[in-house]
Design a binder for this molecule. Structure first.
Ligand code: PMT
Length: 351
């Protein structure tokens, strides 16, 4: 994950058309040590951020997104004064070609973000769900992998019905989803690439500024650490033929501090820290809390992330576990309760 000047790293890249995975290519990627490069060039984080947005291909539907955001925020601002959370979910892709056939991806399924969204809605929040296309969706977790084909069956030539085994789950998913969306409490905005994700996060944050401390950011998405700047990217599909492919990846600027300082300075901000080595997890979470001035960092270890997390704040480290005695024993249930309380305490300071 971490670059060292000139070091060659191997990554498995997914070569996909639509949602079908056709083949995996093992390519060698040269990761640039941009931290050192930046030091040498004297480039600041602000300049790095500017360069990222300057080179990013503009969103084709930004007017539509702005309109949806404004409507959603206005609807939930008055007279109810509801708290609004932006939940980010799933992994961003880093394309290797402008007409993208291949991209660097990561493991995130979007389960954390989708589940958390359900509990935030239960806790009385309105939710802006910024999610990776085709990742887990709120209210659909108890459905099988291919709900359309597995939950329904034909009764005759022109009619279909829900299979008995899934009838309750299908009804619950449709009713709960419809209630949240039609009731104006859930706004779903999809992304694929790191370029789309960061532009949309910025738009959301700027729109939520007016909410002050009533806004929360819950950054569960697994964001690409490296990308190929748009201007350096080849236009057409990279041709095979050589056993070695050199691709220069540069570090994605960490937007957490920009979010806190410039985009939404009064919002309550939660970021996540994921590690596979539990021995370094809490120290890394503590360092992120301090460095990016987060209000809390949720530390999770890859293999146990669905059973337990640790909420790290400047005062304490609270271990949150799922309650195995319950039927729906999601760790997100106690986690969102705890974060919602902390958010309430935080907002009180502004009264
Ligand atoms: O989706 P699931 O399969 O359910 O898995 C959930 C999860 C493990 C992905 C989730 O719980 C989680 O830990 N998400 C964050 C993973 C991650 O990218 O960690 P990180 O250490 O690389 O980044 C830390 C934080 O910085 C994250 O909140 C991320 O949103 C943010 N970030 C990262 C890189 C970057 N360039 N800019 C950022 O803002």
């Amino acid at each position: 994950k971490h670059p060292v000047d000139g070091r060659v790293n191997s990554l498995v890249l997914k070569h996909a058309f639509a949602s079908t995975l056709f083949l995996c290519l093992k390519l060698d990627l040269v990761l640039m040590d941009t931290a050192k490069g930046l030091e040498a060039s004297g480039e600041t984080l602000e300049e790095q951020v500017k360069a990222f947005f300057y080179s990013a291909p503009p969103l084709h539907n930004s007017d539509e997104i702005t309109q949806k955001l404004n409507q959603f925020i206005q609807r939930n601002s008055s007279p109810s004064g509801r708290r609004i959370v932006c939940v980010t979910s799933g992994g961003t892709t880093a394309p290797l070609e402008q007409r993208c056939v291949r991209y660097v991806d990561n493991f995130s399924s979007g389960h954390r973000g989708a589940t958390s969204t359900e509990y935030f809605l239960k806790a009385g929040y309105a939710v802006i769900f910024l999610y990776r296309k085709r990742s887990f969706q709120p209210f659909c977790r108890s459905l099988p992998d291919d709900p359309l084909l597995e939950c329904f069956k034909p009764t005759d030539e022109s009619n279909i019905q829900v299979c008995e085994a899934y009838s309750e789950a299908v009804k619950r998913a449709i009713v709960d989803h419809h209630t949240a969306v039609a009731g104006g409490l859930l706004l779903k905005l999809p992304f694929n690439t790191i370029f789309e994700y960061l532009q949309m996060l910025q738009m959301i944050a700027m729109s939520m500024r007016t909410l002050g401390p009533r806004a929360m950011f819950y950054l569960a998405a697994a964001v690409s650490d490296f990308y190929v700047p748009w201007k350096d990217m080849v236009e057409h599909k990279i041709q095979s033929g050589s056993h070695l492919l050199d691709v220069k990846l540069v570090q994605v600027p960490k937007m957490l501090s920009v979010l806190r300082k410039d985009w939404a300075p009064q919002a309550f901000c939660i970021s996540f820290k994921l590690e596979t080595d539990s021995n370094i997890l809490l120290n890394k979470a503590g360092a992120a809390l301090e460095k990016y001035k987060m209000h809390a960092v949720v530390a999770n270890e890859l293999s146990t992330r669905k059973e337990q997390v640790v909420v790290v704040t400047s005062d304490e480290k609270v271990t949150v576990r799922c309650d195995k005695s319950k039927l729906h024993n999601d760790v997100e249930d106690p986690l969102i309760k705890l974060l919602s309380e902390k958010h309430a305490t935080y907002s009180e300071q502004f009264r």
